[in-house]
Design a protein around this ligand. Structure first.
Ligand SMILES: N[C@@H](CCC(=O)N[C@@H](CS)C(=O)NCC(=O)O)C(=O)O
Length: 226
């Protein structure tokens, strides 16, 4: 007889402060879904500046989404949230046991979270558009996404299986899926230059935990183009 271990569940409902189109929120939504953790969705409208209200800044001092609240615990950064979830709710591990594979996951995640996403953040794009116009804004964002994607294609060529680092979904996939979706749907990046990332994207699109985390499925989704 196989013994099944109960998955840890939160004592009180988790709350996720999120914006539908935020790729940083999107990664956390995927993790929560993979781990089977229900959460209350607390919408923060970035276009209305709700991230800068004094109430929200008490939770997230830098005024970004996402923020996770788990009882008394408040965590205001997607990487920190993912590491917290991983340790507190170990069902569906986000990190492989193999240390070198784990390091590749950190590397791929950080290419997205340090070398792509901050350069396409709302405040950065608004500044560039104001100074140099919408065409320059698009050139800027495409350049930085393509630079990161080129590095990711090279890095993952030696490690990918069905997913980014093998045949199981790990941390790297949680960072890639939202970034690729944004590149396609918001920034018209030519994905034909990135065959591996395109193939991974097809895989992600077929998985329920990823589908349910998609921007368009969130309660605050609108048709706004920003
Ligand atoms: N390192 C942070 C970055 C968070 C971040 O940049 N969030 C963006 C959305 S993906 C945001 O809130 N932008 C609002 C703004 O630029 O005012 C994390 O990973 O949580």
């Amino acid at each position: 007889m196989t013994e099944t271990l109960a998955s840890p569940v939160p004592a009180s409902p988790l709350k996720l402060y999120s914006y539908w189109r935020s790729s940083c929120s999107h990664r956390v939504r995927i993790a929560l879904n993979l781990k089977g953790l229900n959460f209350e969705y607390k919408a923060v409208d970035l276009l209305k500046g709700e991230q800068f209200t004094p109430e929200y800044e008490k939770l997230n001092p830098i005024g970004y989404v996402p923020t996770l609240v788990d009882g008394d615990v408040v965590i205001a950064d997607s990487f920190a949230i993912l590491m917290y979830l991983e340790e507190k709710y170990p069902q569906h591990p986000l990190l492989p046991r193999d240390l070198s594979k784990r390091a590749i996951n950190y590397q791929a995640a950080n290419i997205v979270s340090s070398s792509i996403q901050p350069l396409q953040n709302l405040a950065v794009l608004k500044y560039i558009e104001e100074k140099s116009g919408p065409a320059e804004k698009l050139r800027w964002v495409q350049h930085h996404i393509e630079k990161g994607f080129t590095a990711l294609e090279k890095l993952l060529k030696a490690h990918a299986g069905k997913y980014a680092t093998g045949d199981e979904i790990f941390l790297a996939d949680l960072f890639l899926a939202p970034q690729i979706l944004g590149a396609i749907s918001r920034f018209s990046v030519d994905m034909s230059k990135f065959p591996l990332l395109s193939r991974l994207n097809e895989e992600y699109n077929g998985i329920a935990a990823f589908q349910d985390a998609a921007p368009a499925k969130q309660p605050d989704a609108t048709q706004t183009s920003t």
